[in-house]
Design a protein around this ligand. Structure first.
Ligand SMILES: C[S@@+](CC[C@H](N)C(=O)[O-])C[C@H]1O[C@@H](n2cnc3c(N)ncnc32)[C@H](O)[C@@H]1O
Length: 286
């Protein structure tokens, strides 16, 4: 048996195991991430210091993570955190792992609004709280409310607000049949609601299907815009003059959402994500 007691041996061992299910490029990237997190070592040292000693407890930590990776567990859940814009966000399997597209949406909102007078913001389907917290950080004079149906997700959102030294108002409710009596109106509405249809599930990666919360992801094929419809009604009821509603959307539903917005006499603009897919909708009163 080879004793894994140097950085080079650790890398060989890690790659051999991980390449059972990941490409060699992915294995290399994952190794760099775990080395940085567990050993606090920058990637270049993997090349420059191959003989660096690895203790048994360090090796055992890697071994546990290798087993979890082989069960298709996303590395962010193994580490228990991820990064969203410049914020560290705690996550567990009760919350969706924040995606780069959602960072892009949040950046758009910040760019369009940080010079304006914004009093109240609401993030519907907040999950880890990533959008709400990033908005509060960047538009600090505004209050930010954050709704989710999942109490376990909201516990994480609350911890994330604390971790990032900021304050958001957490609301546990179902946006499809809201019971909370909201005593204010809002300038910015944002939502990244569940939008993957059940028929799209078969094309999804095992990492997602096996580990991410299905309540955060899926909608029925016969009513794919159920959340968008309700949130537009909510916007109609609680919008201040000149309010804006920002959505992340399923790239194949942009034209359906456009028709829906027109039915409510709203103006809609569709923007593309970094992969050139229709990914964001910006909705306003005409
Ligand atoms: C796609 S995730 C978005 C999470 C986070 N905002 C992000 O962008 O990473 C959707 C979220 O909607 C929540 N959700 C699902 N059904 C809901 C409902 N009926 N009312 C409120 N929230 C709901 C889920 O718990 C989940 O946190």
């Amino acid at each position: 048996m080879i004793i894994v007691n140097t950085l080079a041996k650790l890398k060989t061992h890690f790659n051999q195991k991980i390449e059972e299910i990941y490409s060699s490029n992915e294995a290399n990237s994952l190794f760099k991430i775990f080395v940085k997190e567990y050993l606090n070592i920058d990637a270049y040292k993997i090349i420059s210091e191959p003989e660096m000693r690895i203790t048994e407890s360090e090796y055992l930590r890697f071994r546990k993570s290798i087993n979890e990776l082989l069960q298709h567990k996303p590395y962010q859940y193994i580490l228990g955190h991820t990064y969203f814009l410049d914020l560290k966000i705690k996550i567990d399997n009760n919350v969706l792992i924040p995606r780069p597209e959602t960072e892009q949406l949040t950046q758009i909102i910040i760019q369009q609004n940080n010079n304006k007078t914004i009093n109240n913001i609401i993030d519907i389907c907040t999950g880890s709280g990533c959008i709400a917290i990033a908005l509060k950080k960047n538009i600090p004079h505004a209050t930010v409310d954050a709704i989710d149906i999942s109490i376990d997700a909201l516990k994480i959102a609350e911890q994330n607000a604390k971790l990032n030294n900021t304050q958001i108002n957490i609301i546990n409710d179902d946006i499809l049949s809201l019971k909370t009596n909201l005593k204010k109106t809002f300038d910015i509405f944002v939502s990244n609601p569940p939008y993957v249809t059940m028929s799209e599930k078969k094309n999804m990666n095992k990492n997602v299907i096996l580990h991410e919360p299905h309540i955060a992801l899926f909608v029925q094929d016969d009513d794919p815009l159920v959340f968008y419809n309700k949130i537009i009604q909510f916007f109609k009821k609680y919008a201040n003059p000149n309010a804006v509603l920002y959505f992340e959307i399923n790239e194949v539903k942009a034209s359906q959402l456009t028709s829906l917005s027109q039915k409510y006499n709203l103006d809609i603009e569709i923007l593309k994500d970094i992969s050139n897919k229709d990914r964001f909708a910006i909705i306003r009163e005409l």
